[in-house]
Design a protein. Structure first.
Lengths: 239, 219
C-alpha cells in the first residue's frame, strides 16, 4: 500500500495533463458532485453515465492503466458480500450496487492522482478541527519515513538471524522490533516539533493556498461539471 | 476485521451518514479536550498515525485471506481515548484517499477503531495494579481489538440485515468468516501489545500511563 501511495504521490506532483494543472478546489468540487450523485440516484442510466465520465477522467489523466484497473477492481472484490446478499433475481440491483462504488472509486483515483497532497489536504484542514487538520499533513509525511524505517529494521533483523528460531523467539523479536519503531516515532515527533518551532510554528500548519488558485485549465473541470449536471437533469428519472 | 473496507455506494446513507456525523462531533469534542497540549502532541499523534498506517500496510497471510494489524489498543493506551480517536480519524481519511475503503465510511471506521481504543487505557490502568506492563498491555490490546471487532460486526450485520435487501441467512455466512478472524486478531494484537509493553517497560517506562509523567514535551 505504501508503494502505491508513493507512486500516486509522485504522479500527482509530476503529471502534466490539464487535470494536473487545474486547481485542487475545482477538482474537489467536481469529485464531490459525482460522488453525491452516484450515492443519491437510483437511475441506472445516470450511474452508467457517471461511471463512463469518471473512467474517461481517470484514463485521460495519464495514470498507469494498472492503477486505474486496481481502483476499478477494488469495489468489485469488497462489494461481493453485499452483492450476494442484495441479489433479488434481477440484474438491475447488482448493477446499481456495482456502478455506484465503481464511479466513486474512479473519481477518487482521478482526484488523488492529479492533485498533490498539500493541495488536497489544505481545503480539508480548513473545515476540520485545527489539530486534526495538522494531523493529516504530519501523518502522511510520517507514513513514508516510518515505513522506510520499518523496512530497514526488518531487513536488518532477518540478516542477523532475528527471523529464525522457535515461534516464541520470533514473536519476541518482532515485538521488540515493533516497539523500537514506536520509540522511533516518539523521538521523531520530538525532533519534528523542535523543527516546527524553529520554523515559526504558531499552532497551525498552514496548508498552501495554491489549492484555490484558479487557472485557465479549470475551464475543463467546469465543462465536465456542466456535463455531469446536464446528465443528472436528463437521466435522473430514467430507469 | 476491525476496519471497514467497504467502498462508497454500498452502504445505505442512513448507515454511514449518522456514523460520519457522530464521528465529526466526537472529533470536535476530542480536539477541545486536547486543548492547549498542541505542538508536540500534534507531532506525536502524526508520528503514531504514520506508524499505524505503516502497520496496516503489512499484510499477514492467514490462509485464503490477509490480515493487517489495526494497533487501536496500543494507540489507545499510549495516547488516551481522545488522542487516539483523532489519529484514527486521520488514518481512516488517508486510507480512503488511498482507495482503502470509501469516503463515506471514514466516520464508521473511526468509530469502529475508536471504540476499542477508548477502552484500552482504562483497562490497562486497571490491569496494571496487579500485572506487569507487558501482560497489561497485551490484555488491553487484545480486548480493544475484540471490542473493535464486535463494532465491525455490528455495523456490517446491520447493513446486511437492513441496509440492503439481505436474507438473514447471510449473517450466518458472515459470522462463519468473521469469528475466526476476530479471535486471530485479538491474539495478534495481544502479542504485539505484549512485545511493546515489555520493551517500553525496560527502555522508556515513562511513556506508559501510570508511571512518571511523560517526557515527550521536554524538547
Amino acid at each position: 500500500m505504501i508503494g502505491v501511495m508513493a507512486r500516486i504521490d509522485h504522479l500527482a506532483s509530476r503529471g502534466g495533463t490539464v487535470w494536473h494543472r487545474a486547481s485542487a478546489l475545482s477538482k474537489l468540487i467536481l469529485a464531490l458532485l459525482v460522488l453525491a450523485l452516484a450515492l443519491a440516484t437510483r437511475s441506472l442510466a445516470l450511474l452508467g453515465a457517471l461511471y463512463a465520465l469518471a473512467a474517461a477522467l481517470a484514463l485521460t489523466s495519464r495514470l498507469p492503466l494498472r492503477l486505474v484497473a486496481i481502483a476499478a477492481g477494488y469495489p468489485i472484490v469488497f462489494s461481493g458480500l453485499f452483492l450476494v446478499s442484495a441479489w433479488d433475481g434481477t440484474w438491475q440491483t447488482p448493477a446499481r450496487l456495482l456502478l455506484r462504488p465503481l464511479a466513486a472509486s474512479l473519481i477518487a483515483v482521478w482526484l488523488v492522482g492529479t492533485t498533490p497532497y498539500p493541495d488536497l489536504f489544505a481545503p480539508l484542514s480548513r473545515v476540520l478541527p485545527r489539530s486534526v487538520g495538522d494531523g493529516l499533513f504530519l501523518t502522511y509525511r510520517a507514513l513514508f519515513d516510518i515505513g522506510a524505517r520499518g523496512e530497514r529494521l526488518w531487513r536488518a533483523m532477518r540478516l542477523r538471524g532475528g527471523a529464525g528460531g522457535a515461534n516464541g523467539r520470533r514473536l519476541a523479536q518482532a515485538g521488540d522490533g515493533f516497539a523500537t519503531l514506536v520509540l522511533y516515532a516518539f523521538e521523531r515527533s520530538q525532533r519534528q516539533y523542535a523543527t516546527m518551532r524553529l520554523r515559526g510554528h504558531q499552532g497551525r500548519i498552514c496548508g498552501c493556498r495554491h489549492y484555490a488558485e484558479l487557472t485557465p485549465f479549470d475551464g475543463w473541470v467546469a465543462l465536465v461539471a456542466a456535463l455531469v449536471v446536464t446528465a443528472a437533469c436528463v437521466l435522473w428519472r430514467s430507469v | 476485521m476491525s476496519h471497514l473496507h467497504i467502498p462508497d455506494g454500498v452502504l445505505a446513507w442512513w448507515v454511514w451518514a449518522p456514523g460520519l456525523a457522530l464521528a465529526l462531533l466526537l472529533l470536535v469534542l476530542a480536539s477541545r479536550r486536547a486543548g492547549h497540549d498542541e505542538g508536540v502532541q500534534v507531532a506525536l499523534r502524526g508520528a503514531l498515525g504514520g506508524l499505524v498506517l505503516a502497520a496496516m500496510a503489512v499484510e499477514l497471510p492467514l490462509g485464503p485471506v490477509d490480515y493487517h494489524l489495526s494497533l487501536a489498543g496500543p494507540l489507545g493506551v499510549l495516547l488516551g481515548a481522545a488522542g487516539a480517536f483523532q489519529v484514527l480519524f486521520v488514518v481512516s481519511a488517508i486510507l480512503a484517499l488511498a482507495g482503502h475503503g470509501g469516503f463515506t465510511v471514514i466516520g464508521l471506521n473511526a468509530l469502529v477503531l475508536g471504540s476499542g481504543a477508548a477502552l484500552a487505557r482504562p483497562l490497562y490502568r486497571a490491569l496494571r495494579a496487579h500485572r506487569s506492563p507487558a501482560v497489561s498491555l497485551a490484555l488491553a490490546a487484545g480486548a480493544a481489538q475484540g471490542v473493535s471487532g464486535l463494532a465491525w460486526f455490528a455495523v456490517v450485520g446491520l447493513a446486511l440485515r437492513l441496509g440492503v435487501a439481505a436474507a438473514p441467512a447471510r449473517l450466518g455466512v458472515l459470522s462463519g468468516i468473521a469469528l475466526p478472524l476476530w479471535v486471530v486478531g485479538m491474539l495478534l494484537e495481544g502479542a504485539v501489545g505484549y512485545g511493546l509493553g515489555r520493551f517500553l517497560a525496560k527502555v522508556r517506562p515513562d511513556l506508559l500511563p501510570g508511571t512518571t509523567a511523560p517526557r515527550v514535551g521536554a524538547a
